[in-house]
Design a protein around this ligand. Sequence first.
Ligand code: G6P
Length: 480
Amino acid sequence: TSSQEPIHGASEFLVVSNRLPIDRDSTDTADVGWRRAPGGLVTALAPVMASRDGAWVGWHGAPDEILEPFHHEGMDLIPVPLSSDEVELYYEGFSNSTLWPLYHDVIAPPEFHRTWWDSYRKVNRRFAEAAASAAAKNATVWVQDYQLQLVPRYLRHLRPDLRIGFFNHIPFPPPEIFAQLPWRQAIIDGLLGADLIGFQRPNDTANFLRSARRFLGASVKAQQVHVKERDDSISHIARAEPFPISIDVGRIQELAARPDIIARSKQIREDLGNPKTILLGVDRLDYTKGITHRLKAYGELLDDGVITVEDAALIQVASPSRERVETYRQLREEVEGMVGRINGQFDTIQNTAVRYLHHNYPVEEMVALYLAADVMLVTALRDGMNLVAKEYVAARSDNTGALVLSEFTGAADQLKQALLINPHDIDGLKATIAHAITLPKAESARRMRAMRKQILSHDVQRWSEDFLLALQNEAVRDDR
Ligand code: G6P
């Protein structure tokens, strides 16, 4: 149901993100069809868009293709084009080989290239211009994530009338690490173009404010930064605050109650050869997720004889991600090598140790997996939030199941009753996985109940409402 209608500077509410929340629908033979992409952000924001005359500005995912604005399922979409060079320099380069590793504890070494930075600036300017020409007077613009940190500043220059919010979905590093970035001042200055800058955790917020003080000499009081013009007059007040993101709880619960999905979850266990325990990992195939640490721990538990493949099978869903970036290619080699070695050593004709799936699955299948899994393994080395942990909890309506959760995720702030682990501590991880497998029912129910209470009262709708309300109040305080 797509139609091609232009949109003229009339949007009261704009969301700007690197990707539009749509995927090309390959089953559509005419090749003009789109499907709404899965994900909580679009679920939370689509109703806001509909009620406030909104539009979404972002890249549609294909290089070297220029598309006119169009409508899809009640949303106005404004595609921003990227050339193949820009995909390489701005997206795979600066966004995902400089910022991504730098912001995730330098797990992989970040690369600094001036050509990448030039492209990042150019593309950020393009996104800002697209938003500036779509926005109505005094409109609200909400910019998303690390790919677009310069947009708030560019946008404020182009359109000082706008209320500008920014939300960083990934961690913000401590100044000691951020210091490495040759363009650290410009990034901080870019973010400070916003009225409200949201982060996942209090720690990320504090890191950002420390960097603003240290690298820009900004005056920071409480969580507010007084942003000055060249002539020393105050242009506006930017406020930094944590807003931990969540998931579409209602949708996950609804799916978890569907008879066909419950039946599918039982089928999954059957198909695996009826192991006593199913362990599950679900991640983008990314080096921040600690997949190799998880495999190492699981392989050693088999090797030590603490578990057998009949006792405990591991399903690892690794969805393909950023496949042209070298660090991601290396990770895939490493993970697939480990899986092959573990399976070669421990598989029987009937049972497999690791069922490794390098695919994307529809949300229905993901929920069936959550229902099938007795133990969910989230072992990220660093993660802004980790929504898989929250989805697992939302799906477990009978209060069974154990969540093994890395303390290096934003989700660990909210899911305090999870079995928390340090994924670098392989012995600790092994002990906790073994503990999770044998967790007494009463204890797992107590933990799950407490976690569900937290998640059920904090869904992604509430997150977006909280942010947008704070953004509105910010503008009032600022008296514009
Ligand atoms: C993370 C980022 C998102 C990004 C997603 C998928 O969750 O915070 O901004 O869209 O990964 O990565 P991709 O590079 O495929 O957009």
